[in-house]
Write a protein that binds this ligand. Structure first.
Ligand code: ATP
Ligand code: MG
Ligand code: MG
Length: 360
């Protein structure tokens, strides 16, 4: 069974590794010469809108999915005429545009922070007046890892911030004084069945995810899952979806969703019965989903910019290392490690040592 994937980064690589034991082979399309999934999958090196490349991606594939939502809408629609694209082009179109995303949240009764759209210079002052400051000016499209957004604290900073974003269509979003960030990672099968992983509690630094902890039994889980299910059903979604949320005064506000497997779900490889990667493949192939039950206590630390000494990481008990084989570069996610332990105290102790290695 062949699954085509738009994007050949670490998410596709981990999907390929998860697919191997099931007899699933991945074929990835990515314009990058150094796509890190290429060690585990067939790599078609072509532009996102290259007709011949898209045709090769689809050929003989049971389905095509994505690990990167910023592919041109026309490419996803063109593929969908040849092969099932899961999640479908409509879900990708919403997931890649912050304004469309917020409109969907609001239509589904999912609370969001105050925001206003910014299409032209004249909109900035009105947006500041409406939303208040401090606020984040965020590009509607193409942002990730905190790139594509600027914090605006004073009115005169709005124009330079928008300039720095290339005057692209944007939204201004009130800064939220959250007590913590969580994400709901859920999977919906081809038959409409939905399963949820334990909530992930996420800590960011400089706009980039640093640490994610599995939180079985989290008090906000029902609320988060309810919101995720509304989105999954509204989009007739197939596959894994991650919904990022802020906790404010004991309730949740939606930040954004990713129409794909997600960094905050990497701990599911060792910390759940079935990983998000395997379940995503099961879903897009129309196979039965696997249990999302937690295995022990788990947490994940990202390696940003460069890998730590592997021997030091592997010397820690219960730690599992993932090196994506990417060239080191400041701000780049090059790997992660997951700690799994039988109890929370042990987990936190090992996690602190792992965090120190990641920061060194
Ligand atoms: P990614 O897709 O990698 O998660 P992104 O570039 O799409 O990142 P966001 O998720 O919008 O960016 O923001 C990154 C982080 O910045 C958030 O996880 C949060 O820590 C902080 N942040 C974003 N928006 C707000 C906000 N309105 N109030 C407070 N903090 C925010
Ligand atoms: Mg994002
Ligand atoms: Mg985010």
């Amino acid at each position: 069974m062949i699954v085509g994937v738009l994007g050949g980064g670490q998410l596709a690589r981990m999907m390929a590794l998860a697919g191997h034991p099931l007899g699933v082979r991945l074929r990835v399309l990515d314009p990058a010469t150094d796509a890190c999934a290429a060690v585990a999958a067939e790599h078609i090196r072509a532009a996102w809108d290259d007709e011949a490349g898209l045709a090769r991606l689809a050929e003989g594939a049971v389905a095509v999915t994505c690990e990167f939502e910023n592919v041109p809408a026309a490419s996803a629609r063109g593929l969908a005429a040849r092969v099932p694209v899961r999640p479908g082009p409509a879900a990708l179109a919403v997931g890649r545009d912050r304004l469309e995303e917020r409109r969907l949240f609001e239509a589904l009764g999912i609370p969001v922070a105050p925001y206003a759209r910014v299409d032209e210079a004249g909109d900035l002052a009105a947006a500041v007046a409406q939303v208040g400051l401090p606020a984040f000016l965020k590009r509607r499209e193409l942002g990730y890892d905190g790139k594509g957004q600027r914090l605006v604290t004073r009115p005169e900073e709005a124009e330079p911030a928008w300039e720095a974003l290339g005057r692209a269509p944007a939204i201004l979003e009130a800064r939220v004084a959250f007590s913590r960030e969580v994400s709901a990672v859920a999977v919906r099968g081809l038959d409409g069945r939905i399963l949820h992983y334990p909530l992930s509690e996420n800590v960011h630094g400089g706009g980039i995810l640093r640490t994610a902890r599995s939180r079985p039994g989290d008090p906000r889980a029902d609320e988060a899952r309810d919101y995720a299910e509304r989105i999954l059903r509204a989009l007739d979604y197939v596959g894994v979806l991650a919904l990022e949320l802020f906790e404010v005064d004991g309730r949740l506000l939606a930040n954004e969703f990713a129409p794909r497997v997600h960094n905050s779900g990497h701990w599911t490889i060792e910390g759940a019965e079935t990983s998000q990667f395997e379940n995503h493949l099961r879903a897009v192939l129309g196979l039965p989903l696997g249990s999302t039950a937690p295995v022990g206590h788990a947490a994940m630390v990202n390696f940003i910019g460069r890998m730590p000494d592997p021997a030091a990481v592997l010397a820690l008990p219960g730690v599992h290392l993932h090196d994506y084989g990417k060239a080191p570069r400041p701000g780049r996610k090059v790997g992660h490690a997951t700690v799994r332990a039988d109890d929370e105290r042990t987990l936190e102790a090992v996690l602190a040592r792992l965090q120190a290695l990641a920061a060194a």
